[in-house]
Design a protein around this ligand. Structure first.
Ligand SMILES: Cc1cc2nc3c(=O)[nH]c(=O)nc-3n(C[C@H](O)[C@H](O)[C@H](O)COP(=O)(O)OP(=O)(O)OC[C@H]3O[C@@H](n4cnc5c(N)ncnc54)[C@H](O)[C@@H]3O)c2cc1C
Length: 281
């Protein structure tokens, strides 16, 4: 399923089940009162429990500013090449991804394009997002290089369009769920670290159980945890850039079939890919 149709499908099912949706009404302020109050431009909502599922945008809250690094995920789409895909027996619509930190992920579309993305291309100072993630990515060439390296037979295929978005990288690369700071009536789930499409379903179950105060397998999940702290700025940004550069060197060296330097392995170990344990050498 295409991401846009997943979002539309979720919307349809939620409405069918009686959920009231208020789109284009961003939360502007969250008052940590009991019960909490959410303020928007045109009104406010007071609720017994508030659940924050804001992805990387949640890093703007002071309680989480030190728990997340905001990085980009950059994507390109090729022109339609259905005959070329048929020639190489490309599996229709299957999502594929590797398990590295600067993850490569790709799939084909209904009209025979390849959509290919790559994670951790850039870091946001102070986890600020603003409008810098809107529009085409300046790293389209970097993503295209990866695509061509993995599919040399499609080395002449170009990018027709590109885009990017923010990723909520947690300290260990795994998501976390629980109360926001010391506020039991405000629950938060974040830190999917670029792998949230499937895990956010699990996150929804966990947040539902926590919200309802249930004592079940979801509420008892090991992912209900404190997020862990990262260094303050500017150390987080500068350190993050250093680690990112080491990961890039390590992955390039591995791609060339050589052993990475010990220092790069050590630095890369500070940002585990989370999907697989870092190989011990
Ligand atoms: C380019 C890109 C490619 C990705 N590719 C993959 C992939 O291939 N596989 C994968 O597993 N994951 C991928 N991810 C990550 C995945 O999209 C996320 O981990 C997942 O969507 C997280 O789900 P969520 O419900 O927490 O957040 P989202 O689905 O992002 O939903 C959060 C919502 O909160 C809204 N919001 C933000 N601030 C406010 C506010 N103040 N008030 C009200 N609403 C607000 C946002 O507009 C958004 O609609 C990708 C991410 C990007 C950016």
């Amino acid at each position: 399923m295409q991401p846009a149709s997943l979002a539309r499908g979720l919307r349809r099912v939620a409405i069918e089940r009686g959920v009231r949706l208020f789109e284009r009404s961003p939360m502007r302020r969250l008052e940590r009162t009991r019960p909490p109050l959410v303020r928007t431009d045109s009104g406010s909502v007071r609720a017994e429990r508030v659940v924050l599922a804001l992805n990387a945008w949640v890093a703007a809250l002071p309680e989480l500013r030190r728990s997340l690094v905001v990085v980009t995920s950059d994507v390109i789409a090729t022109p339609p090449i259905p005959e070329r895909l048929r020639d190489i027996d490309w599996p229709d619509g299957v999502g594929i991804s590797d398990s590295r930190l600067m993850v490569n992920y790709w799939r084909s579309t209904h009209d025979g394009r390849i959509v290919f993305g790559r994670g951790a291309g850039g870091l946001a100072y102070g986890a600020r997002i603003g409008t810098r993630y809107d529009g085409p990515t300046p790293r389209a060439g970097w993503v295209l290089d990866s695509f061509h390296r993995l599919y040399p037979s499609l080395g002449d295929v170009t990018a027709e369009s590109s885009w990017r978005g923010p990723i909520d990288r947690s300290k260990v690369g795994l998501p976390f769920f629980g109360p926001l700071g010391g506020h039991d009536s405000i629950l938060v789930g974040a830190g999917y670290s670029g792998n949230g499409v499937g895990p956010s379903y699990l996150g929804g179950r966990i947040l539902a159980s926590l919200t309802l105060g249930l004592d079940d397998q979801w509420a008892a999940s090991g992912l209900v945890r404190r997020p862990g702290g990262l260094p303050p700025e500017p150390a987080r940004y500068l350190g993050g850039r250093g680690v990112r550069a080491a990961v890039a060197r390590k992955e390039l060296t591995e791609d060339a079939g050589r052993e990475p330097r010990r220092l790069d392995l050590f630095l890369a170990g500070l940002a585990p890919a989370a999907l697989v344990p870092l190989k011990q050498r």
